[in-house]
Design a protein around this ligand. Structure first.
Ligand SMILES: [Fe+2]
Ligand SMILES: [Fe+2]
Length: 186
């Protein structure tokens, strides 16, 4: 079989970053677009990989986080009733294309090296969650605060706390995944 290479960077490219606009409605639309993409496409795909690789608990964790990403969009939608179906952001479209490009190779790679794929998925998920709670969403919150919109700022803060928790869950799962299987040797 041909050698398949999928780097952590290639998986990272499959995630989109929400983009701040000059106006808060534009920021909100990008936020909802990315959160719904994570809910519908990205984390379900990671769950599929984990399940195929033989790690049903990790698949359950990815699905649980996917559900919470949906909630993030729901929280903000409650304040912006006119978002409807958000315009597909450029970065989300790029992420979807990147995912399509690696999907076939990914299945082949899971067959060859299931643990390697699952470990990369967890590492990337941590990086993405950290980017959101440490960098992107604090800027969104500050934009709302600067506009004296306390309700919107409060939602972004709630999301920041939730993304931090996601990063911690994935870190704990990764630590556990990498831990030597001492129990099996007893
Ligand atoms: Fe989220
Ligand atoms: Fe998250």
């Amino acid at each position: 079989m041909e050698k398949v290479e999928i780097s952590e960077e290639m998986i990272f490219e499959c995630f989109a970053a929400a983009c701040q606009s000059d106006d808060m409605a534009g920021t909100a639309e990008s936020f909802v677009d990315v959160e719904e993409y994570e809910n519908r496409v990205m984390y379900p795909e990671f769950a599929r990989w984990a399940s195929k690789a033989g790690y049903p608990e990790l698949a359950t964790l990815f699905r649980k986080v996917a559900g919470e990403e949906k909630l993030h969009a729901v929280w903000l939608r409650a304040l912006y009733s006119d978002i409807g179906v958000p315009q597909r952001g450029e970065d989300t479209q790029r992420a979807i294309d990147a995912l399509e490009a690696i999907r076939a190779n990914c299945d082949a790679l899971i067959a060859l090296n299931p643990d390697g794929v699952v470990e990369k998925a967890l590492t990337v998920a941590i990086r993405v969650e950290e980017r959101e709670y440490q960098d992107i969403y604090p800027h969104f919150r500050d934009q709302a605060l600067a506009a004296n919109d306390a309700d919107t700022a409060e939602v972004y803060q709630k999301v920041i706390d939730s993304e931090r928790q996601h990063a911690h869950w994935f870190q704990a799962a990764l630590d556990n995944f990498r831990a030597p299987q001492t129990g099996a040797m007893a």
